[in-house]
Every structure is written in structure tokens, then in C-alpha cells.
Design a protein around this ligand. Structure first.
Ligand SMILES: N[C@@H](CCC[C@H](N)C(=O)O)C(=O)O
Length: 292
């Protein structure tokens, strides 16, 4: 790694917060331990995850995507592990590119480990406040099997396996407090359903096409929002409510409240799932030389 100062930014999407490392030409190699150090909330910058911003052509992980998307989101969880996709991360990533003058508001293709995702960055409003960011998350997969369960303390719920590029177990519960402290990962069975680990969402109804959730994220613990999780929740709710757009032929939207704000998720008859919410840059700085 070069000894030049390393710039960073901090941003969040509905309080799912990220350390952003611009590495436009792919000169940095961040180990899992270095990512965990950066995401540490006491000894580092602090974040639920890290977004390394790099040109697709400069990162081997984005091979084959560079002709469709100039920028690659190298996303890592706060423990340093790699995840295929981060739904809030990709919106904050797009916000950073506009903030840095690297792209204009409007449509943008972003390469991720789950493939290319299309983002729409709204123009700032009349007061100059940044507009919301929408991402087309592609199709949800519901691979099963039947019989998945999530357990916390004495509570046990049936759960639905929804894959949004990354794995989710969605459980509808009577009360979000039943999920407990979430200091440790909920028990998900059978373990064979998720060989690579799982993000777990606990969901309650708030009204018509309106739910609220808490999440325990693989590699990060409980977070205040999870974009892929909110999409998984909306898809699971649509199946439960009998409004699968592929069957009804009509799009369906769910408002998903997370501890850090609100996301709006729409699923279309062709299977695409979009997600809209805020994405904010809050700070920037430079790492102390030698610290990392
Ligand atoms: N917070 C994210 C999801 C990040 C990845 C997840 N922890 C995993 O390991 O799959 C989101 O907004 O989608």
C-alpha cells in the first residue's frame, strides 16, 4: 500500500452508515482486519460497513462489468467480510459520486459483486437539499426450503428465504421487542439453508402495505437499516398478502419503517424491485499517516 495520506468520507442511508474510501484507480488493498479497524466505532471512524469506490476497469472483482458500469462498489461488512450486495450502500455510493463531481444527478449504473445495479439520483430540491436515491435491485429469488425457522430466546417463528443478491431470512413477529437485544445472531434453522450465513429481518405490520422491521446483519450485527433487507421484507409481505405482482400484473409498493428512517419498496410484474430513500454524506477527512 502506498504511504500517501488516505482520504475517507462518512455517509449513511437511513442511518445504515458507511466509511467511504475513494480508491479511484484501485491502488489500495484493504485487508479484512483493516476494514474492521476503520469500521470500529471507538478506535476507528465507525460504520456498519465500508464502501471502496474504484473504477470497474481497475478492480479484478469487476472484470466483465466495466463496459456496463464505470464504477465498482467494493462493499465490506464491519467485520471485514465481503458481501455480494448492499442496498443502502449502493445509494450512498451514488451520492458520493455526485458529491465528488464524478457523475451528475440522474441515471447511473453501478457494478457490484451481485452484478450491475441501476441507480437514479434525484436532482437537489429548491433549497439545495440532496434528493432521494432510487436503486433497481433486480429480481428477488425465493429459493426455499420450506420449514426455515428463526429463534430468539423462547420465541420461534417461521421464516421466508429471500435472496436479494445476498441472503435473508424474513420472520413476521407479533412485536419487534421479541427480537431481544440482538447482541448476538438469532438462531436460524436448518443451517443448510444458508451455507454462507444470513441476514435476519423481524417484521411487524403498521398498516396497509406498511410494515416496520429490525435487522441483524451478517458481518455487522444489528443495524438501523438494511436496504436489501427492506426489499426482502416487502417481497415476503407481498407473497403473504397475496399481491405477488407476477400474478396480479400490477406493481405493489410497501413502506418499510426501519429504526433509522423509512424506505419505499416497489416490486413490478417483471420481477424488478426498486428501493427509494435518503443517502447523505456527513463528513470527510484523511487517515492519520501510519494509523491503518
Ligand atoms: N446493509 C446492507 C446489507 C449489507 C450486507 C449484509 N450485511 C450481508 O452480509 O449480506 C444493505 O443495506 O443492504
Amino acid at each position: 500500500m502506498s504511504s500517501a495520506p488516505i482520504p475517507f468520507l462518512k455517509g449513511h442511508g437511513t442511518e445504515n452508515d458507511f466509511v467511504i474510501i475513494p480508491d479511484l484507480d484501485g491502488l489500495l488493498e484493504l485487508s479484512a482486519a483493516q476494514v474492521a479497524k476503520l469500521c470500529d466505532r471507538r478506535a476507528g471512524i465507525g460504520g456498519d460497513g465500508l464502501l471502496r469506490v474504484v473504477r470497474s476497469a481497475k478492480d479484478p472483482a469487476a472484470v466483465g462489468l466495466a463496459d456496463r458500469a464505470e464504477w465498482f462498489m467494493d462493499y465490506r461488512n464491519s467485520d471485514g467480510s465481503i458481501a455480494e450486495m448492499c442496498g443502502n450502500g449502493v445509494r450512498v455510493f451514488a451520492r458520493y459520486l455526485v458529491h465528488a463531481g464524478l457523475v451528475e444527478p440522474g441515471p447511473l449504473a453501478v457494478a457490484t459483486r451481485a452484478g450491475v445495479r441501476l441507480v437514479e439520483i434525484a436532482e437537489p430540491d429548491a433549497d439545495g437539499a440532496p434528493g432521494e436515491v432510487t436503486v433497481d435491485m433486480g429480481r428477488a429469488l425465493l429459493p426455499g426450503p420450506d420449514g426455515i425457522e428463526v429463534a430468539v430466546d423462547e420465541h420461534r417463528w417461521p421464516a421466508r428465504n429471500v435472496n436479494m443478491g445476498n441472503p435473508h431470512a424474513v420472520a413476521f413477529v407479533a412485536d419487534l421487542d421479541q427480537a431481544g437485544s440482538l447482541f448476538t445472531a438469532p438462531l436460524v434453522t436448518p443451517p443448510t439453508a444458508y451455507p454462507d450465513g444470513v441476514n435476519v429481518e423481524f417484521v411487524v405490520d403498521r398498516g396497509e402495505r406498511h410494515v416496520a422491521m429490525r435487522v441483524h446483519e451478517r458481518g455487522s450485527g444489528e443495524t438501523r437499516s438494511c436496504g436489501t433487507g427492506a426489499c426482502a421484507v416487502a417481497v415476503a409481505a407481498a407473497r403473504r398478502d397475496g399481491v405477488d405482482p407476477a400474478v396480479t400484473g400490477a406493481p405493489v409498493s410497501y413502506t418499510v419503517d426501519v429504526p433509522g428512517g423509512r424506505l419505499v419498496i416497489t416490486e413490478y410484474p417483471d420481477g424488478r424491485v426498486t428501493k427509494t430513500g435518503t443517502a447523505v454524506i456527513v463528513a470527510h477527512g484523511e487517515l492519520e499517516p501510519g494509523w491503518l
